[in-house]
Design a protein around this ligand. Sequence first.
Ligand code: F6R
Length: 609
Amino acid sequence: MCGIVGAVAQRDVKRILLEGLRRLEYRGYDSAGLAVLAAGGPIQRHRAVGKVEALENQIAEVPLSGHTGIAHTRWATHGVPSECNAHPHISRDRIALVHNGIIENYQALKQQLQVDGYSFSSDTDSEVVVNLVHQALDDGGDLLAAVRKVLGQIRGAYALAVMDRHAPGRLIGARRGSPLVVGLGFDEYFFASDVFALLPVTQRFVFLEEGDVVDLRAEGFTILNAAGEVTERPIQVSGIDPESADRGAYRHYMLKEIHEQPAVIANTLSGRLADGRLSADFFGGEGNAILERIKRVQIVACGTSYHAGMVARYWIEELCGLPCNVEVASEYRYRVRPVADETTLFVVISQSGETADTLAALRDARERDYGASLAICNVPESSLVRESDLVLMTRAGQEIGVASTKAFTTQLVALMLLVLALGRHRGLPEAEERRLAAALQQLPQAVEACLALEGDIQAMAEHFADKHHALFLGRGAQYPVAMEGALKLKEISYIHAEAYPAGELKHGPLALVDADMPVVAVAPNNELLEKLLSNLQEVNARGGELFVFADQTVEVGEVQHHLPVVSVDDELAPLIYTVPLQLLAYHVAVLKGTDVDKPRNLAKSVTVE
Ligand code: F6R
C-alpha cells in the first residue's frame, strides 16, 4: 500500500520519479505527488488526486527540475484521497517526507506538536513524522540524527524518505514493517518500495533490513542497522526484465495475465520434474530432512493466496495423510496460543511476499516451536522469501492487475509440487506421484483449452452485467475455487458475490434465489458430481438463473447457461475451473466499464494491516 520513490543524481530526477511512480501505481492509486529540490532553491511540490497520470498532466506545463527528489502514490489509510492528504508532506517549507505504512501513536504525537506550535494541513498520520523531523532538527544535529531520533518516537510500520531543503543532494530513508530498497546507479542513488520502480535506471539493488536507516547521497550511501551501527548489505543484481510490464496487444493487464497462464505454469514446473517424477533435488538435502519430520501442516495467507491454501488442504490430507489447517493471516497473527510443535510445517503463501498480515504471521511463527517455515511466493526479493527457512518460488512473472490470476494458478502448481515432496515421506505410491506429475505436465494445454472458451464466456457475461448479486457454488476442493470466482467478480465488477459449498445452500442461502440471482457452479466429473447436480436442480426449481461450468463428459440437464470444460485428473480440476471464472469476472467488469486493473479502494500489495 502506497509506493515511494526517491532519487539523488547529477541530472534532473523528475522523469525518474514519475516513471517510478507509474511502476508503483499498483500499490495505491488514489492520489500522487512529488517534490524536487535544486541547490539553493525552495522545495517544489506538486500533488494531484487520482492516478499518476493526473500528476503528470498537472506538471506537464510547469518548469520543474531538481537533482534531489521524492515521490509517492497513495492508498489512503488516514484521511480521504485529496490533494492535502497526498504526499509529500512538508514541514515549514524545509522538510519534505513520503511515507508508506501506519504510525499507530500519531494522535498523541500530533497533540504534542500542536502544543509546540506546529500546524497540520492534512488528516494523515504521516504529517506527524515530517513535523517531528523538523522539530528534531531545530533542536540541533543533522538530518540523519534527526530522523533517527524521530524513529525512536514513532510506533507502527513505515518505509520513508526524507528531504531537507538545507541539504540538497541528500535523502534519508528508513524501513520497519514496509519494504524499501536502495538502487545503485553511477553517481546517482535511489530509494523505492520495490525494484521494479527503478529498473529503467538500474539493475543493482540493496535490500534493507528491518530497522535500517540509510543516508543517501549522489556519491554513495551509508546504512545504519537497527542498533545504529554502520553496516554493509549485499548488492543484488535483479534478473527482472524491465519490459515485463508491457501490456502488449491486450486491453488490460488482467487479461494479459489470464492468457499468460499456460506459459507461466510451464515455468513453475520447469526443472522441477524429472523422469516423470518430482526431481530428486527439489528441496535439496536440508529441505528433505525437514520434510521427513513433518506430521502436520499449518498454512497462513490472505485473499486469493488463502484460497490456494484451502485447495491445498484437500490435497495434503488426501494424498499425504497429513492433517492440515488453513487460516487467514489477519486472524492467525492475533491468536494467543496456536498449536505449534516441531513436527508442523508452517507455510505462508503470498504473491507479493510483502503482505503485512502474512509477514507478521511468519514472524510470529518463527518465535514459536514450528518445525520449519516455507514461503510459497512470486517475488524473489521479498521479505517473506528472505525470512523463511524454505522457499518455493511460483515464477509467475510480475503480476500487475490488482486482481490476482496467474499468481493463484501458479501457487496451486507449487502447492502440488509440495504435496509430491511431502508424499515421498508419507507413503504416496510412486505410481500416484507419476500420475500427478504427468497431469501437471498436461496443465498448460488444459488451460489453453479453457482460454479457448473466452468467446462463449464473453457472451455469458452479457447476462450478468445488470445483476447486483451472485452466488458461486462448488463442492470439495472446488469450494475454494467458487470462493476465488466470487472474489474476482466482486473486486473488479463490484457485483456482490458469495460462495458456498453447494450442500450448504439449503441451510439458508437458498432463500436468496430468484430470477435476479445468478448462480455460478463448477462441476468436474468426480464422486461429488451427482450431489452437486441435485443442488443445481434445487436452484432451478426456485427460478434461479444457472451458469454451469461442467466437465465435457457430463450431462448437466436443464440449465440456462452451460459450458463444457476439458477433462483433467480430479486433483488438478481446481486449477482448470478457476480460468473460466477469471474470464467471466473480467468480461462482466469490462461490460460494466469498471477500472479492471485498478479497481476502486484496492491496492496490489497490502503492506498495512
Ligand atoms: C485478490 C487479491 C488479494 C491478494 C491478497 C494477498 O485478487 O489479489 O486478495 O491475494 O491481498 O496478497 P499476497 O498474495 O500478495 O499476499
